[in-house]
Design a protein around this ligand. Structure first.
Ligand code: AHR
Length: 334
């Protein structure tokens, strides 16, 4: 009996020590010193990702890149498709905060209106990464970094190519523009870059400009309207391949030859777009790379570990003429 009672205090001490050790271990794994929101402590990081939707070939390739890279990097990915609606993205981000994920990343469908939800993530100490598209928040402390393309540059490259092609043209060159999703960074920026590049050439005139929402159906429908309203269209600048591909149907149905009667310039360089360019139906593409997954996983791990990351990481891209598309197509991954 005496022996039993002798054991009791030491058992209690062991229990207290074990509890203390466990608590220390949890704090270390949960990165409480790195601004982590306190996600699972199984050594794997949890990344909540809100995707814009599935509006284009580019988006599909981007989603594949993110899912495959997460699996390869051992990142536990919680993926949400917002179906091109900002309210769905806000809801998804709030769910990620509630679930206490380690890092949140998202591609904002539009530029404005994010401050409140980003502040909620910051208050919960969950770092946020912007991928593909940025936000117009004045408070840059609301996110750790922005990984993606320079959309203004893409628009400018498209415009500069056109200026070069039309050098020496004396009469008016009528341009129609298919804009991306209204209020989105790529629509705003590509429009701006293109307009800047052609500005010094008064004969290059944008006679109509409307959103086709980055979709094939939108591109086709708006191009039909453009063709009905404007008897002379010389150039189409589409903010992405998909809208350009949709417009091809409208142009052909109107009895015109795409790539010949109407010069077609697009952005992205996904496989279908590159095929249209190689076939002579498109004339020029400014590339926008969707393969952001590997860099995103690397950044997610870094911000989770409290490492410094650059505030802006720009994707490396190029442009394609018809000849270059023919050469590049066999190796094209997406
Ligand atoms: O944000 C990137 C743009 O979004 C791509 O150019 C377009 O195809 C996509 O839907």
């Amino acid at each position: 009996m005496k022996r039993m009672r002798d054991h009791l205090p030491s058992r209690r001490i062991i229990a207290v020590l074990a509890a203390a050790l466990l608590a220390t271990g949890t704090a270390a794994c949960g990165n409480s010193d790195t601004g982590d929101g306190g996600g699972k402590d199984d050594g794997k990081i949890t990344l909540g990702f809100s995707q814009v939707g599935a509006e284009s070939g580019w988006r599909t390739a981007n989603t594949t890149s993110i899912k495959e890279s997460a699996a390869a990097a051992g990142v536990d990915l919680k993926f949400d498709d917002a179906q091109q609606k900002q309210e769905n993205q806000i809801k998804a981000i709030r769910n990620f905060i509630q679930q206490k994920v380690d890092v949140i990343a998202f591609s904002p469908v539009v530029e404005s209106g994010w401050d409140t939800v980003l502040k909620e993530a910051k208050d919960a100490k969950i770092p946020v990464i912007l991928t593909d598209r940025s936000v117009d928040s004045a408070d840059k402390s609301l996110y750790k970094t922005f990984l993606g393309s320079d959309f203004v540059k893409e628009g400018r490259l498209a415009g500069e190519w056109l200026v070069e092609q039309k050098k020496g043209a004396t009469g008016p060159v009528n341009i129609v523009e298919l804009q991306g999703t209204t209020g989105s960074a790529p629509a705003n920026d590509r429009k701006k870059g293109f307009a800047e590049a052609i500005a010094a050439n008064p004969n290059l005139k944008i006679i109509a400009s409307q959103s086709g929402d980055f979709t094939r159906a939108g591109g086709k429908q708006v191009m039909e309207q453009f063709l009905k309203a404007n008897p002379k269209i010389d150039v189409l600048f589409a903010h992405n391949d998909d809208m350009g591909l949709g417009a091809l149907e409208a142009i052909t149905a109107a009895g015109k030859v795409p790539g010949k009667d109407i010069t077609i310039i697009t952005v992205d360089a996904v496989k279908d777009g590159m095929q249209a360019l190689a076939d002579g139906r498109f004339n020029f593409i400014a590339e926008c790379s969707p393969l952001l997954g590997p860099q995103l996983m690397d950044l997610a791990k870094k911000v989770h570990n409290g490492e410094e990351v650059p505030a802006r990481i720009e994707t490396q891209e190029t442009t394609f003429t018809q000849e270059q598309a023919k050469a590049a197509l066999p190796e094209r991954k997406y």
